[in-house]
Write a protein of this length. Structure first.
Length: 198
């Protein structure tokens, strides 16, 4: 199978406004055919969700989740566009699912953009040290792969959903955007564990 170029991924992204990973996945599935990839994105509801991503989200709820008889607690704010959706059972179930996920998976950040630059540099340095001696182009590819794993482990939106590991939290939210017809955003969260950082 031909490798999907970054240029082709960008072309599909500009055309559909879908996320980079969704575009690459659709292009891979379509064997590099732009039109087929766009159809795949339409069928999955990704384009519909992405088009709502720019809409303002000033409503929503702050929810809490207490786990393990009070040993772990999560506070989360998830926003939507209207108070009607904020009161919707499906929206509230999504917030509960994400809270439960945070309690179990312990993400350190919401998204990769929130990770301090010095921590990213340190992780890249550690990754490069582990494969020292290999050709530079191979080292870069291996380090990039290790960084993707680091993001998937530490960023809430990139983590595999504990109830369905085939789905990332970002894709779980996109599915609800399509279902509820409004933009939904995890604004912030905090996770507490008894005895942490003592």
């Amino acid at each position: 199978m031909a490798e999907i170029s970054a240029k082709l991924v960008m072309t599909l992204r500009e055309k559909t406004n879908a996320g980079m990973m969704e575009c690459k996945k659709a292009l891979t599935e379509a064997g590099g055919d732009l039109e087929k990839a766009e159809t795949i994105l339409r069928k999955s509801g990704t384009i519909k969700a992405e088009k709502k991503a720019d809409r303002q989200t000033k409503e929503g709820i702050i929810a809490s989740y207490i786990h393990m008889a009070g040993r772990i607690g999560v506070l989360i704010e998830v926003n939507c566009e209207t108070d009607f959706v904020a009161r919707n059972e499906n929206f509230q179930a999504l917030v509960k699912d994400i809270s439960l996920h945070i309690a179990a998976a312990n993400p350190r950040y919401l998204q990769r953009e929130d990770i301090p630059a010095d921590l990213i540099a340190k992780e890249r340095e550690i990754g490069a040290e582990l494969v020292k001696g290999k050709p530079a182009n191979i080292v870069d590819k291996i380090v990039d792969g290790k960084m993707e794993k680091f993001y998937a482990d530490n960023c809430l939106l990139e983590q595999a959903f504990i109830k369905d590991p085939d789905l990332t939290i970002a894709n779980l939210i996109k599915g609800k955007i399509t279902e509820l017809g409004e933009n939904l955003v995890v604004r912030r969260f905090v996770r507490y564990a008894v005895g942490e950082d003592i």
